[in-house]
Design a protein around this ligand. Structure first.
Ligand SMILES: [Zn+2]
Length: 402
């Protein structure tokens, strides 16, 4: 992308505080943000945003680039035989993937969907297990390389079939980190591997050895899930990994008493462990407002997009903010702004992104859309939007421009 010396002017951008501003982008970063001047002779090539709201590009904090069927044939959802069962869902997924289109095509479809809607940084979990070895990681690393100018992609080596219950997986996870994965994942240490310490020993051991962050899928509910969260927090604090560890889903936080939740919030904030939610439709999920109040970084992701886990998902993080706000009972402006924060600034913090936001010096990755302000953007979810990467147009009206 040729943006080293390029300077672009964006006029009449509406900022989150309601003011109108002119933005200057030099070399891919904001070099000036000044009150809109309404100059009679705007600089050549200036883009008039005509009062559209400008938001930093969205952060897709949890996605699965290797297992979505988006853009492939429609695959009817297969229900579990006796209520939600992770092990059974993994088996369904393996069967469906055998008949799916090539992984790089499906990953590309999903990435373009994300970029089209305005996400320019994502974290994807990628399956590593005895059956697929490092094949998924190798394919998705190739896709990341192809799209590196367009979108920042963090990859999590994800033990979808457990670690201790899938012999050889610990070595494969290490191999995935050596190949270029940025984080080590995990999956329900108690209910899947039935050995919380054994599972976490491998996860945190690899994190220490390879100097990477951690992002663990945790569906376990109630006191069992809470116990696992406590163990993750204790290890994070002991290893001084504050800000580098996340728990995805953490359903347990959604079904414990207010007192217990308050203690959990304090512990998560103190140990710097972030919580990712997608506000699933049929599960209790972490109480976003209470956790934020306690100082916990709560961020958001689509998780599954048209895969064997569920048929929903559109890759639009503004729509995800809407869902999270709706399910959280957010009505006030400050609450709607919090929902937007989950898919933007809080996501950037959880992912450790450098130079994020609409500020001088930050990378000029932003979305312009038709809304008066952030609360309206969250409730209206305008599809008409333009997406800029380092100040260059990359998508319009939910489609990539080239
Ligand atoms: Zn997931």
């Amino acid at each position: 992308m040729d943006c080293i010396l390029r300077q672009t002017h964006f006029l009449n951008a509406r900022l989150a505080d309601g003011s109108l501003a002119d933005l200057t982008v030099t070399g891919g970063r904001f070099s000036a943000i000044a009150p809109a001047a309404n100059a009679a002779g705007p600089p050549a090539g200036a883009v008039d945003l005509a009062g559209q709201l400008v938001l930093p590009a969205f952060v897709e904090g949890h996605i699965h680039l290797d297992t979505s069927f988006y853009g492939d044939a429609w695959r009817p959802h297969i229900p579990c035989t006796d209520g939600f069962d992770v092990r059974e869902r993994v088996a369904f997924q393996m069967r469906s993937l055998e008949q799916a289109a090539p992984m790089d095509e499906r990953a590309k479809n999903q990435l373009e969907l994300c970029v089209g809607h305005g996400s320019l940084a994502i974290r994807s979990h990628v399956v590593v297990d005895a059956a697929v070895g490092l094949k998924h990681v190798e394919t998705i690393l190739g896709v990341r390389e192809k799209y590196r100018e367009l979108i920042d992609i963090q990859l999590v080596a994800f033990p979808q079939s457990g670690i201790l219950s899938s012999p050889g997986t610990a070595e494969l996870l290490d191999g995935a980190l050596k190949l270029g994965c940025d984080l080590i994942g995990g999956l329900d240490p108690a209910s899947f591997d039935r050995d919380v310490n054994g599972h976490l020993d491998v996860v945190f051991g690899l994190a220490e050895r390879r100097g990477v962050g951690v992002d663990i899928h945790l569906h376990d509910g109630g006191t069992l899930g809470l116990f696992e969260i406590e163990e993750i927090c204790a290890r994070t604090a002991a290893m001084s990994m504050q800000g580098k560890v996340a728990v995805s889903h953490a359903y347990a936080l959604g079904d414990i008493s207010a007192d217990t939740l308050a203690r959990a919030g304090e512990m998560l904030a103190a140990s710097g462990v972030a919580i990712m939610t997608n506000a699933p439709g049929n599960h209790p999920f972490p109480p976003v407002a209470a956790l934020r109040e306690a100082g916990v970084t709560v961020f958001a992701g689509s998780d599954n997009i048209r895969d064997s886990w569920w048929p929903y998902g559109d890759g639009d993080m503004l729509n995800r903010a809407n869902m999270i706000g709706y399910r959280s009972g957010f009505y006030e402006d400050r609450e709607l702004e919090a929902a937007c924060d989950l898919v933007s600034h809080a996501g950037a913090k959880a992912l450790g992104l450098e130079g994020y936001g609409i500020a001088v010096g930050a990378k000029a990755d932003f979305v312009a859309l038709k809304a008066e302000h952030v609360p309206e953007a969250v409730v209206a979810v305008p599809r008409e939007r333009t997406v800029f990467r380092r100040g260059m147009l990359v998508a319009r009206d939910s489609r990539m421009t080239s």
